[in-house]
Design a protein around this ligand. Structure first.
Ligand SMILES: CCCCCCCCCCCCCC(=O)SCCNC(=O)CCNC(=O)[C@H](O)C(C)(C)COP(=O)(O)OP(=O)(O)OC[C@H]1O[C@@H](n2cnc3c(N)ncnc32)[C@H](O)[C@@H]1OP(=O)(O)O
Length: 211
């Protein structure tokens, strides 16, 4: 594996240089969780909170796209830090954020404790969300390996319900490459037990890498 990712992230994206943006994303993440889960506040109280929140939002000029740094292309290893990405972006309140590390052996490992905002049936994590996570960890791995590719076909097998409020351990690796077609695989494990496996057929860009 080539250059250490941490050298690259320092050059391209240093969260320490944007403490306000990182802090506001974290605060909004906490707010979303509180709003979606509170049983203590009355409807009147929440209506009053909504008014105050609208005042805060009115003081921030919104743009059309998430603020994000250009995505580097690999090969790199080490921890991936994201900016505006919805999976691991530290500037994006919707992001887990998933912490992804590209291992020296060319695989990816990630960990995330899912928010109750992503609850699906049976008090477990929504299957669309786990599909989102496995797609992202495979896509990130390919990018880190220097392959700029889009998901062509994603196949997800749900082995068991994925519990909320437990750390999800994600792993991804490349199965095979056939010209522009790259097959990657991923798994989610909770407490040592696999709950989701996935295969992604990624189609590498015919031209230069996209940001
Ligand atoms: C370092 C890390 C940094 C951090 C990075 C963060 C990254 C974030 C990661 C987040 C990750 C998020 C990830 C996302 O969210 S990616 C977003 C979701 N994906 C898309 O939106 C893709 C939309 N589709 C397309 O753009 C095109 O259809 C693509 C690019 C897929 C192919 O169109 P293209 O015109 O280029 O291809 P071609 O027609 O010349 O065909 C070429 C070959 O491919 C085969 N084929 C084609 N399509 C499919 C298919 N669907 N399944 C299976 N196979 C398919 C085809 O048969 C042919 O094979 P053959 O006949 O040669 O054998």
């Amino acid at each position: 594996m080539g250059q250490d990712w941490t050298q690259l992230e320092r050059a391209l994206f240093d969260p320490a240089g944007h403490p306000g943006r990182v802090a506001v994303a974290e605060a909004v993440r906490e707010l979303m969780r509180a709003v979606a889960t509170t049983t203590a506040a009355t409807d009147d109280e929440l209506g009053e909170v909504a008014g105050r929140l609208r005042q805060i939002t009115a003081g921030i000029v919104a743009g059309d796209r998430c603020v994000r740094y250009p995505l580097p292309t690999g090969p790199f290893s080490g921890r991936v830090l994201g900016s505006g990405d919805p999976v691991f972006g530290m500037f994006n309140p919707v992001a887990g954020p998933l912490v992804v590390t590209i291992e020296p052996d060319g695989t990816a490992a990630g960990v995330l404790t899912p928010s109750p905002l992503f609850e699906g049936p049976g008090g477990a994590v929504h299957g669309g969300y786990t599909a989102f996570l496995v797609d992202a960890v495979m896509g990130t791995l390919l990018r880190a390996l220097g392959i700029s590719a889009l998901t062509g076909t994603l196949s997800v097998r749900y082995l068991a319900l994925t519990p909320l409020a437990r750390p999800l351990h994600l792993s991804a690796w490349v199965e095979s490459t056939d010209g522009r077609k790259v097959t990657a695989a991923a798994r989610i494990t909770v407490d040592g037990r696999p709950t989701v496996t996935a295969t992604g057929l990624f189609i590498a860009a015919a031209g230069p890498a996209q940001g």
